[in-house]
Write a protein that binds this ligand. Structure first.
Ligand code: EPZ
Length: 417
């Protein structure tokens, strides 16, 4: 296992290139199963989760090759329809092969993803939707076993605007017979990117990005060459890093229209944004002001930015109330921030953060993907040497983080545990 050794307390300055969005690449790679032939997906970040999805597709008999941020997938020889536990347990997004396998092959056996650090994360809405489309779904010793001749279009109301649930059902409906309405659908940009990729494959989809998505099923889809959107959460993370280090960072290749809620909140706490020729310049305040935030489904403030925002609030001038409404246990970074002197009290889904003037360096342990980003942001602000252990959490979602940090002047080193 690797760890990061960070000597913080420096004002970071320079440019960072944002990578492709992990949470768009994963469903779009899974969507290649809906057609037979070669798909080339570009701007795919070099991340562990991407390689896991590649291994999963190879397990099904597909060819998967990753080079130069391109994933080349050949689905002509897919003949196995099982996603095994040992792969699914390392990455919950494996569930995204369920919809495509049922829709294209009429059968699938996918391990139920276990819970994860941040919550139980059930997939009941994925399964209810597929059953409504005519799939026969059984749960057998920890696996979802699904069978279905041709799925039928229908109306599906999602109790919760689930992101991967919307994605699974949109993929399944693309090859169903007839029209499907997904109501209370997730509106995330990654859902829109998947819809655009499916449309390039010949799918007939209207309303992606809105709460009602209409899919007119077709008989066949064709392989696609497609380029992934930039990662809005990585961009937001570097904005937070500018905010906590009084930094002056130019963030390149990001889609600002995907960051409205995050930028509005960051402006509220004192960050200044300036459009420049090759991106957006973000200038952090000498000391952030406190502000309250509540995580919401897109276009609200993203849950994936909550931990990073809390790191900024831990040194803010004042008290902030942070409400996490999406996941039931997404405050594991609190205990670690407290080790740095942060004054944070958690009651249920609400954290009360009393800003202190300076965080203190300390040995820390990452617990999940976005918590690791939060701890790194805090460490960059704290004078002295901080070590962040269990870096594999970070590697799931941030490509070459330490190189990008060194490029903006951070004193960061990755070492083997
Ligand atoms: C996606 O997870 C993202 N992952 C998550 O990013 C992100 O935090 C999350 O959406 C919310 O934005 C990928 O896209 C691969 P949900 P997902 O289904 O789809 C409940 C990261 O940091 N729910 O939208 O699993 C669920 O319990 C990761 O990159 C049901 O009750 O999230 C949760 O409370 C972490 N039943 C809420 O909905 C279901 O069938 C939102 O979950 C499905 C979900």
């Amino acid at each position: 296992m690797d760890k990061l050794i960070i000597h913080g307390g420096k004002r970071l300055k320079g440019g960072v290139d944002i990578s492709g969005a992990k949470n768009a690449a994963l469903p779009i790679i899974a969507a290649s199963l809906l057609a037979s032939g070669y798909c080339t997906i570009s701007n795919v970040p070099n991340l562990k989760d991407i390689m896991t999805m590649g291994r999963l597709l190879a397990n099904l008999g597909a060819g998967f090759h990753y080079e130069d941020r391109k994933a080349i997938i050949n689905t002509e020889k897919v003949k196995i329809f099982e996603a095994p536990y040992d792969l699914v347990r390392t990455m919950r997004a494996s569930i995204l092969v369920l919809g495509p396998l049922i829709a294209r092959f009429g059968r699938a056996k996918v391990s139920l993803p276990g819970g994860c650090a941040i919550g139980a994360r059930p997939i009941n809405l994925h399964l209810i939707g597929l059953e409504k489309m005519g799939a026969d779904i059984k749960l057998e010793s920890g696996y979802v076993v699904a069978k279905g001749k041709r799925l039928k279009g229908t109306s599906i109301y999602l109790d919760v605007p689930t992101v991967t649930g919307t994605e699974n059902l949109m993929m399944a409906a693309s090859l169903a017979k007839g029209r499907t309405l997904l109501e209370n659908a997730a509106r995330e940009p990654e859902v829109v990117d998947l819809a655009n990729a499916l449309i390039s494959m010949g799918a007939r989809i209207k309303g992606a990005g809105e709460s009602v998505i209409e899919i007119e099923g077709v008989d066949e889809l064709k392989p696609v060459n497609y380029s992934i959107i930039p990662d809005r959460i990585e961009a937001g993370t570097f904005m937070a890093i500018a905010g906590i280090t009084e930094g002056d960072i130019i963030i390149k290749r990001c889609r600002l229209d995907h960051l409205d809620a995050s930028m509005m909140k960051l402006k509220e706490v004192g960050l200044v944004f300036e459009h420049v020729s090759d991106g957006i310049r973000v200038i952090g305040p000498s000391r952030p002001k406190a502000a309250d935030v509540k995580t919401m489904p897109y276009p609200g403030f993203p849950t994936d930015m909550q931990a990073q925002f809390m790191a900024i609030m831990s040194i803010a001038d004042g008290t902030s109330i942070i409400k996490e409404t999406i996941f039931e246990n997404r405050f594991m970074h609190v205990a670690e921030l407290r080790r740095m002197g942060a004054d944070i009290i958690v009651e249920g889904g609400t954290a009360t953060v009393k800003g202190i003037s300076k965080l203190k360096a300390a040995p820390l342990m990452a617990t999940d993907l976005r918590a690791s980003a939060s701890l790194i942001a805090a460490a960059l602000a704290a004078k002295g040497e901080t070590t962040v252990h269990r870096l594999y959490h970070l590697d799931r979602g941030y490509e070459n983080m330490e190189e990008k940090l060194v490029k903006i002047g951070a004193d960061v080193k990755r070492v083997k545990e």
